[in-house]
Design a protein around this ligand. Sequence first.
Ligand SMILES: Cc1cc2nc3c(=O)[nH]c(=O)nc-3n(C[C@H](O)[C@H](O)[C@H](O)COP(=O)(O)O)c2cc1C
Length: 196
Amino acid sequence: MELMEAIYHRRTVRRFEDREVAAELLEEIIEAAVQAPSAMNMQPWSFAVYCGRPRLVAFSDRIKEHVLATLPPLFELHEHTDRMSDPGYDVFHGAPVLMVICAKEQGWSPAETVCLAAQNLMLAAHGLGLGTCPVGFVRSWFRLPRIKDELGIPGSHEPVFPVVVGHPVEWPLPTSRREPDVVVWARARAGGLRRD
Ligand SMILES: Cc1cc2nc3c(=O)[nH]c(=O)nc-3n(C[C@H](O)[C@H](O)[C@H](O)COP(=O)(O)O)c2cc1C
């Protein structure tokens, strides 16, 4: 797949086939993730990989409970709350694999760097016919020291980018984008800051 095609056609997938993803494919997308640039090439990322629907369903139930218990009051009427109260709702959208990409304490700008690795991973997955969905809001649960301990994430590794991976049931339709908000474009000729 051409790079521009992958960039333009990747979509967040929220419906997955009920089958595992081969370990070789997971290794391949992790290898692609670590090709991302990093400050001083410090590569401050790590990957916690959790496979199997029953495991993810159990995580999902515990996460919903945690979210409901910790939501700020203003969110109480939000549709998010309804979803979190729905026993049938799976925060991982039925995916068979969850990867939590973490930032190691040492390193410059580790969180930003992790996001670059995550984008590589999602594009590589798309190139291999796999779907991905970042699941940002579950991060707070994975950051709880007792959960990190239980799930094998070292204390000095900060969960930054949870993303699920699986075989998509379908490719979603394109989502819209606003025009790029280029607030300054200082051209090379004299005359100060002008956008023309
Ligand atoms: C940091 C981040 C967090 C996200 N969290 C969630 C999430 O918790 N649940 C979800 O279904 N999608 C989540 N998404 C996916 C976005 O909703 C999606 O990227 C956006 O609607 C644009 O759609 P597209 O990726 O198909 O272009 C997240 C995306 C990002 C980058």
